[in-house]
Design a protein around this ligand. Structure first.
Ligand code: FAD
Length: 422
């Protein structure tokens, strides 16, 4: 059920700027615009770029540029101009190939139709690998993916969906245009940032608490057929020198550069999965810990966790990604540290499962005693106080949303956040 490729208006239009220092609209127009209280993508700065055209003879600078994504955006601005006592004018700029400034508006508003956004529609139970394969038929792929693609769309959108692309495009939950969901009251709702927005943001990163995702429109971008993949290989060698007093450890870093198909690159973890299935390790317990650590504390974390606690190696992969908080919408349910930059850190193995669990508790204890404002990703808590700490300032919103969409707490009980009521 993947495959309905289409085009939509852009996902996240910034809110309207109020009177900007460089704004040359009249104060009345600014007040009128602000009073409309619209979620318009309008810019009052850098308006010079709308005073250019192919002719390069006229350079009439507008007061503002509206990046319109719908007819409603345009209606709002036309009405503003229509009722404005200030002779406000409007022009739509297409590709800008006029010669005598025909697509310019001195002190007026230039409207640019925002480029449409390609998307793929997938059912909530679809695996990302199938979404990727379908999109690649059109030379596109989701902008943000997980390292491992045999996860379902609904499963990762209920958390965040983080990997190496997230620093640039945000997590997967920042790349959803629309959802079809079934709430805990049995209602089917189509939601997006424009309709039923509260439900839309509740569900994204909502740990399955508010609704079941039945369909998602996922933003795509064009991708090359091949990529140059650089695999970094770190080898820790211990040499015993015959005359030495001690053993000396070296860290040798080398890089292998390979040509890979785009699909091969995205699906890079699949081979590892096959190996782990063969060796049986896929079927052993996986008490994984995933943390978001704020940038200001990562040096301390590195000094104690990586350089001391894990200095002997971890006998497996460790994922470290840096992430930009401005790519996460704070209205979504997923919580992050409050700093602008934070790191996703996932030490995923130790020589034994017992040692891994011990290692996890020590890392968490270290973070707590050092008052590091960490957040668990894919959180696992057993009591309400821990959930409260996890959601801290967001807790009231998370709590308030539950009775609105799943009043009897029917959905996802195993997260142990809410308990089923009569
Ligand atoms: P399930 O385990 O089936 O469900 C998990 C949760 O999601 C449940 O609470 C469930 O209620 C909810 N849920 C599932 N489907 C829906 C739906 N349709 N509607 C509403 N709620 C739903 N995460 C990353 O971010 N990046 C990675 O690179 C990454 N790699 C991973 C690699 C492996 C091998 C594994 C095992 C996990 C990895 N994860 C990664 C974690 C993964 O994103 C989460 O565990 C995710 O929830 C798994 O998706 P799933 O479809 O298996 O969900």
């Amino acid at each position: 059920t993947v495959g309905l490729l289409g085009y939509a208006s852009p996902h996240s239009a910034p809110t309207a700027e109020t009177c900007h220092p460089s704004c040359s609209l009249s104060k009345e127009n600014c007040r009128e615009l602000a009073a409309l209280n619209l979620n318009l993508n309008i810019s009052f700065s850098n308006t010079a770029k709308a005073s250019q055209d192919f002719g390069h003879m006229y350079h009439d600078r507008p007061s503002a540029i509206l990046y319109a994504s719908s007819a409603q955006d345009i209606v709002a601005i036309v009405k503003l101009a229509y009722f404005s006592p200030n002779n406000l004018t409007i022009v739509l700029k297409g590709a800008g190939h006029s010669i005598y400034g025909q697509a310019q508006a001195l002190h007026g508003i230039v409207i640019k139709m925002s480029t449409v956004v390609p998307f793929v529609e997938a059912s909530g139970g679809e695996l990302w690998i199938d979404v990727v394969k379908e999109a690649l038929k059109k030379g596109m792929a989701p902008r943000s993916l997980t390292d491992y693609l045999y996860l379902s769309v609904g499963g990762t959108l209920s958390n965040a969906g983080v990997s190496g692309q997230a620093f640039r495009y945000g997590p997967q939950i920042s790349n959803v245009l629309e959802l079809e969901v079934v709430t805990g009251k049995g209602e089917i709702v189509i939601c997006s940032e424009h309709q039923h927005a509260d439900l839309f943001y509740s569900v994204l990163g909502g740990l399955g608490q508010f609704a079941i995702i039945t369909k998602a429109k996922i933003r795509l971008h064009h991708v090359p057929p091949k990529v140059v993949q650089s695999l970094s290989l770190s080898l820790s060698l211990s040499l015993s020198l015959s005359l030495s007093l001690s053993r000396i450890s070296y860290l040798i870093l080398s890089y292998i550069i390979i040509d890979a198909s785009y699909l091969g690159f995205l699906d890079r973890v699949h081979d590892k999965e096959r190996d782990l299935r063969k060796s049986g390790l896929w079927y052993t317990p996986h008490p994984w810990l995933n943390l978001f650590i704020p940038r200001s504390r990562i040096i301390e974390f590195d000094a104690w966790v990586f350089k001391q606690k894990l200095s002997g190696g971890i006998n497996g992969p460790m994922l470290v990604y840096f992430l930009n908080r401005n790519k996460w919408d704070s209205q979504m349910s997923e919580v992050t540290p409050s700093e602008d930059i934070f790191y996703a850190v996932s030490p995923r193995s130790a020589p034994t499962i017992g040692m891994l669990m011990d290692q996890n508790s020590k890392i968490l204890y270290f973070c707590r005693t050092k008052s590091i404002e960490y957040k668990q990703y894919l959180p696992q808590y057993v009591n309400q106080d821990e959930w409260k700490t996890h959601f801290d300032h967001l807790c009231p919103r998370f709590r308030e949303r539950k009775p609105r969409y799943d009043p009897k707490a029917i959905l996802s009980p195993a997260q142990r956040i809410f308990w089923r009521s009569k």
